[in-house]
Ligand binder design. Structure first.
Ligand code: HXC
Length: 516
């Protein structure tokens, strides 16, 4: 028989058409009725137009038990491929809930691990869109093996290539651990659900009733658990957030972030007007960050969780900077378990991906109290010390007002090897606040005074005059310069330029043992 290209092409077209139909019209209609986009559409919304190339379209599952023999599962419930975002290549997988609930069997897992291997080998960011009922029950331990292979690769790629998880449906059982091992988790209101044990299990074991949304919905993971980093109201908004994130971060750990065109901060953010002189008065530290960044852009990470610390990306002189800033507007910007965790992880991210860190400090120290002590503030607080001490990227600190106690050390002090520390003239750098300090060191004088209140006031003032300023620290060289607030951007820019070629050595070791 003569070879006929036309018939081969028709065969390919027919097979492709069948494979891309997913779970069929009815299942796709159900997906859309739930406010969810079909998997292929999600990818096309995310990547640059016509840039997606799919692989392993014709992979078939190999399960034989529990009615699986001969069952057709197009693509085995997951789409893998590469595309471009902002003109640069990325690797992607998207689980297709319309095919066996996007459940993960051995071939489904093999497709995911294949694209993970590509991403690592080609040094590309990996974006995983999760929408799945978890381990494919019919495939038993083979499903579990598949998850194990994914978790191992997540860990291998950690700190080498960016890993982004997008939760666009259920992400149940052990499946949640892949997103938890990745760098950034995106969730969408009313669509994302993440939990280890679902409402039915909780009801049968504990007798407690809870909805899926209240157990592990998008808000829960953004506001309460801190598992998610970005909250969106719709899938489309979520994809825009991913694109913005990718505009800031380098493609891998041996690359620098792209340099954007430089624009001055907006005049709207007037640094002297943002920060009140009175150290007890709150303000929004994000306005301070915007007064420093190019075009006043700031892309906040984990905005809704542990809001007493602010983390996120901005640019200075066109280059991406990681900002860590106490937020005086929330709990006076105090450090606690969650804010330490939040900042420490972000610092490690920036350090792994060559992103310089700028720290804005204004906080009264670590939060006192039984709750915090018993929640492990010692262990959690230590993460912040560890993360800063370990980081070798350029590190610059600006102390605006309060820098008390352990918090002063933890917030990228000279003692943890900050490259530059600047303080404003109203900065107060001391072991503790004047009230607490005076009550302790002048207790006897206050108790024995004819008028203890007047004596306390006098001693508080004495302490303030002596220690609540930046000059004691400046006299020791712990801070490099006391600067005028309006000169802050100029000082930070200059410090960033000076630290561009920073090199530091560290003792040879396999790895450290951070207080995880
Ligand atoms: C096989 C599954 C499945 C699974 C869903 N399906 N989950 N098939 N294994 N894990 C199938 C359903 O049978 C159904 O098939 C189709 O997907 C759609 O599911 P529905 O239940 O109709 O959808 P919905 O009502 O939207 O409910 C979604 C859901 C529910 C909440 C995710 O399906 C569910 O609770 N699934 C099980 C979740 C779970 O317990 N997973 C295992 C976790 S243990 P048909 O043919 O009817 O369309 C785990 C261990 C991993 O993951 C450990 C790793 C370390």
């Amino acid at each position: 028989m003569a070879l006929n290209l036309g018939s081969k092409l028709r065969e390919l077209e027919k097979k492709t058409e069948k494979a891309i139909q997913g779970g069929g019209e009815q299942a796709i209609a159900k997906q859309i009725a739930m406010g969810k986009l079909p998997a292929r559409e999600r990818i096309n919304c995310l990547v640059d137009e016509n840039s997606f190339y799919e692989y392993d379209l014709f992979v078939e599952h190999d399960a034989r038990e529990f009615g699986m023999d001969g069952k057709e599962l197009p693509g085995d419930g997951v789409i893998i491929g590469t595309g471009k975002i902002n003109g640069k290549p990325v690797a992607i997988y998207a689980q297709d809930f319309t095919v066996a609930g996007g459940s993960l069997g051995s071939m489904h897992a093999r497709k995911i691990t294949k694209i993970m291997d590509y991403a690592l080998r080609m040094r590309l960011p990996l974006i995983g869109i999760n929408d799945s009922g978890g381990a494919r029950i019919q495939e038993g331990v083979n499903s579990l093996a598949g998850y194990g292979e994914i978790f191992f690769r997540n860990t291998l790629a950690s700190g080498v290539t960016p890993q982004i998880s997008v939760i666009l449906g259920p992400c149940a059982g052990g499946a949640v651990y892949s997103p938890a091992l990745t760098d950034f988790v995106f969730v969408v209101d009313n669509i994302s659900k993440m939990f280890i044990t679902g409402p039915e299990v909780i009801k049968s074991v504990l007798g407690e009733e809870i909805s899926m949304e209240d157990l592990g919905g998008a808000r829960v993971h953004c506001e309460t658990t801190g598992n998610a980093h970005f909250f969106a109201k719709s899938e489309k908004e979520c994809f825009e957030q991913i694109k913005t994130l990718l505009s800031y971060i380098p493609w891998h750990n041996e690359e620098q972030s792209a340099v954007a065109a430089t624009r001055e901060p907006s005049k709207k953010y007037h640094i002297e007007k943002i920060v009140p002189i009175d150290p007890t008065k709150p303000y929004d530290v994000r306005d301070v960050i915007r007064s420093l960044t190019d075009n006043s852009d700031f892309f906040e990470v984990q905005e809704l969780w542990a809001a007493n610390i602010v983390i996120g990306f901005g640019r200075m002189a066109g280059k991406t900077i990681g900002f860590v800033a106490n937020q005086p507007m929330v709990l006076a910007g105090v450090l606690d378990c969650d804010s330490s965790d939040k900042a420490a992880r972000f610092i490690r991210y920036c350090d792994a991906f060559n992103i310089p860190l700028v720290t804005i400090e204004d906080m009264p120290g670590y939060l006192p109290g039984v709750d915090q002590e018993h929640a492990g503030v010692i262990r959690h607080g230590a993460k912040l010390l560890y993360a800063y001490s370990e980081a070798t990227v350029p590190r610059i600190t600006v102390i605006l007002r309060k820098a008390y106690g352990g918090g002063y050390i933890a917030m990228n002090s000279r003692h943890l090897r900050a490259d530059f520390v600047f303080a404003w003239p109203m900065a107060e750098i001391a072991v503790m606040g004047p009230e607490g300090a005076a009550n302790i060191i002048f207790r006897k004088e206050i108790m024995e005074a004819a008028d203890p209140d007047a004596m306390r006031k006098q001693k508080v003032q004495e302490y303030k005059d002596k220690f609540a300023n930046p000059y004691v620290a400046a006299a020791k060289g712990y801070i490099d310069s006391v600067i005028k607030p309006k000169d802050t951007r100029q000082f930070v820019l200059q410090a960033l330029e000076l630290t561009k070629s920073k090199t530091v050595g560290r003792p040879k070791k396999k790895h450290g043992i951070p207080p995880f």
